[in-house]
Write a protein that binds this ligand. Sequence first.
Ligand code: V55
Ligand code: FE
Length: 523
Amino acid sequence: MASMQDQDNNKVSRRSFMGGTLGVAAGIGAAGLIGASTITRAQPAGGVPGASASSLPMLFRAEIDVQDCEVEGTIPADLNGAFYRVGPDPQYPLRPGNIPFDGEGHVSMFRICNGRVDYKTRFVKNERWTAQNEAGRILFPMYRNPSLDDPGVRGLSRSTANTHIINHKNLLLCLKEDSPPSAVDLLTLEMIDPVYRFDNQLVSETFTAHPKVDSGTGNMVAFGYEATGFGSRDVIAFEITPQGRKVWEATVQVPYVGMLHDFAVTQNYIVLYVIPMTKDDEQLARGGIHWSWDSTLPTWFGVFRRGGDGSDVQWLQGPTRSATHVMGAFDDNNRIYVDVEMSESNPFPFMPMKDGSNWDPVRGTSYITRLSADLSGRRASGYEIERLSPWTGALPRQDDRYNTMPYRYGFLGTRDINAANPREANAGYVRFDHATGTQVFWNAGPATSLAECCFAPRSPDAAEGDGYLMGVATRQNENGRGDLVILDAQRLQEGPVATVKLPVRAVGQVHGWWVPEGQLPVG
Ligand code: V55
Ligand code: FE
């Protein structure tokens, strides 16, 4: 049963977003309700399977270095590189009404080399973190609402850099979708450029947390929304080579300003998916957060050609739904396919419902769902929706070498749908095989929550899905101590081949990213 956050001492539910369990239950953050401080309305009774009260402090803030971590099992000899994670770790307690998505970014790294694992974490010490650290207090008090900012911070980047990380040009870019990236060193995690604008090539005022890497060229394809100013309808998409040269850019306008958290890139198209998590001006004026869920609005599936100027964009209308993450996407020139986690309604318990209704944990539950549209011949007017399986979860991944291409395997943090008591279903990872339409599940066992998983190929040219699946497990009966579990992605059901045991809790995570040895600097 979900517990409300205790605002006085910042205690949160053990299966919390910050504890790294995001996405394994109904929806993102649905397991945890840290956002209870935000929405003071009651949560529906019995809403969240498995959630329970806990004494884990909400703030973590400890920067950790562990040399040569204890390992159970054997680190595979062919797993060399670094597994990075990032998540919000509030530098100071969140203000009442604020949400966990506004905690300052804290990056962690498992550096894996020749069977040895070193663990390092650092706050992303960008302009926001530095100003607040000097002031000794919060200067940016509300999620994506600059009107409450301390006057002294005008002109500074508001980025928390807390959502995703990606390597580019020997840097680790720490991403928040309302701002340019913050670039840190891949090995030391020290700040290099707090407002990284790709050598002044970044035209958009914002940069997505979900850039893609083109499978053919290795180019990074990215976008920014609210790109020409706070609340603007402009979306700017662009493509940049691994060496950092911008080779394409286009601008389109969304039908309404909704949260464009992720996007899909295929060989030929860019797909935006506009959901009714909308910019709420009245709420902003009241000092609230950027978004609320407007259940009166349709979704819009927006498709435009890569290489074009955006004027060919087609907006295909669909029913009110939420989808925030893409598992994989591809096109066959006529038809475009985008696999997402989809829920009927607001997946975030801490995002307000615009009509004041209670958050609905059932309608907020996400399933992997294939969206597709026929772009040949006559202009399409809508898109199709097909649920692919009964497994729930909100943070799907794929073998990222197959971004933009037809793909076979997807991965998802989930819960055991066959548990005798659904309320006590264990967490686990599931592998989707789209060729056979089957899924394989690894049950992580009791009292364990799992962060998003990430796939690492066995070698740069290994077959699709041949490699390792990893993610951080939080042990609820060990005061939230963290383990990195590493599984053979082709034998998930056999359980971890290695478990990296941390002596402490792992800082919370939204997303993780694997950088193979060959893409790391020497040192
Ligand atoms: C997401 C996360 C965010 C955010 C907007 O997972 C969307 C979705 C951690 O911050 O600001
Ligand atoms: Fe995300």
